[in-house]
Design a protein around this ligand. Structure first.
Ligand SMILES: [Zn+2]
Length: 434
């Protein structure tokens, strides 16, 4: 077959190797940290020189100046609500952006919950830097040259879709861009396509997976016939943990990989490896801290805190960007040999329930309920004297509450509800009730 006129880096002999780039991804961890901090420092004056009025004014108000970068913990964090306020004050794009419309060659939109699209501008340089990050990401997810990835992403401005393509070309992977299974006709078409092409990896949401599995049964076969031996790439927090993950793997005969990220932070695409020791932060342009949500200062490794990301060496500028996700950092070496940072995603800061001074997330309840057949549930958020849950169960609410209380270490009040009463879990399901 003709290889075309493009120079493609696809002649790597060792497809069994653990890491896509065995040199870059296995650099000494302390060296990576030192380089990241040096490169963040090299970008420090950008708010004044670019200029970026939002950050310049914010940092100046904190008594900071372009000539002296303080320790990271002494730099104020920025959150997406602040950037939204900035956009409202300085429409249409705000005063925080480091890439202008004229400099950008692509635009995407993040999946917001407010209804208004959040536009993300990509420069040529950042798009180029994104490719090696994605090649390592896909490799970690089990893709290899000759493979076929089916994804059911949103189309249009959805940022992952906007950015995809060149990475698959370089990796020599067939991209099967199904789009979401919005109608029964879509679902049927996707199943037909899969039967014809036999994907080696599927990237779907948890709820999409159930939709496809139900549709397959209606057509007289088990979805596992298509997913057996493939990579199942999911964004379901529970699947970072052995019990829920193994159940999915057994049901579909597939190897689960977990993914996460933040589309507005260019290149911040994470996945775990086959050892499931946490989500590998991309090496080379991102540095994460896990911080106390109130003080903004780093907590000890393994403790829960809010995820604060700084990027460096990119046209897009994010310094101490607080994603308001709750995560915990892992510092022990991963058997895969990748040396960068890793964390486990646990939930959103707005989903915390506080009982007796303890902070609990829906994932804590979900993992506790895994011992009881993993029923659907809803958890009340905010401060409460006993953790208030609604659980789809035929068991005695009092005895289930007692057992959960033992596991979770706080008083638990269970309201038992009939099966099918609560909203089904989906990709972005929050499993919380007010
Ligand atoms: Zn690993």
């Amino acid at each position: 077959m003709q290889t075309g006129v493009f120079h493609l880096n696809t002649t790597r002999p060792d497809d069994d190797r653990e890491l896509y780039d065995s040199t870059a991804q296995a650099t000494d961890a302390e060296k990576l940290r030192r380089e990241a901090l040096e490169r963040i420092a090299a970008d420090w004056s950008r708010p004044w020189t670019d200029p970026l009025p939002f950050y310049r004014d914010k940092f100046a108000a904190a008594g900071l100046d372009p000539d002296h970068m303080p320790g990271l913990d002494d730099i104020p964090r920025t959150s997406k609500p602040e950037l939204r306020t900035d956009v409202e004050a300085y429409p249409p794009l705000g005063s925080h952006r480091s890439i202008s419309v004229e400099q950008a060659i692509r635009v995407g939109s993040s999946t917001g919950t407010t209804g208004k699209p959040w536009l993300i501008l990509y420069s040529p340089h950042d798009l180029e830097e994104w490719i090696p990050i994605r090649l390592r990401y896909w490799w970690r997810n089990g893709l290899r040259p000759g493979g076929r990835l089916s994804h059911s992403w949103l189309m249009g401005l959805y940022s992952t879709g906007v950015l995809g393509g060149r990475d698959f070309l370089q990796l020599r992977v067939m991209e099967i861009a199904c789009g979401p299974p919005a109608t029964p006709a879509d679902v049927q078409q996707h199943l037909d396509v899969w039967q014809a092409l036999r994907p080696t990896a599927f990237m779907v949401t948890g709820s999409q997976l159930l939709t496809y599995a139900d549709a397959a049964v209606e057509r007289g076969f088990d979805l596992a016939e298509l997913t057996e031996g493939t990579s199942l790439i999911l964004s379901e927090a529970a699947c970072q943990f052995p019990g829920p993950r193994q159940r999915v793997e057994e049901r579909y005969g597939a190897q689960v990989r977990n993914i996460s990220g933040a589309s507005e932070v260019t290149g911040f695409s994470l996945s775990d490896c086959r050892f499931h020791t946490g989500l590998h932060v991309p090496i080379g342009h991102h540095f994460v801290q896990v911080c106390d949500p109130h003080t903004g200062r780093e907590v000890a490794p393994g403790e829960r805190g809010t995820l604060v990301v700084s990027s460096f060496g990119l046209d897009s500028y994010f310094l101490r960007y607080d994603l308001q996700d709750i995560v915990s950092l892992s510092t022990e070496p991963c058997p895969c040999g990748e040396t960068g940072q890793r964390y486990t995603y646990l939930g959103r800061i707005g989903d915390i329930a506080e009982v007796d001074g303890r902070k609990l997330l829906p994932i804590d309840v979900q993992l506790a309920l895994d011992n009881f057949g993993a029923p659907e549930f809803q958890m009340k958020v905010g401060s409460q004297s006993a953790l208030s849950l609604r659980v789809e169960t035929d068991d005695s609410a009092a005895s289930l509450g007692g057992e959960l209380s033992q596991i979770l270490g706080v008083p638990v009040e269970v309201e038992a509800v009939a099966s099918g009463t609560l909203p089904r879990a989906t990709f972005k399901s929050r499993r919380v009730a007010s």
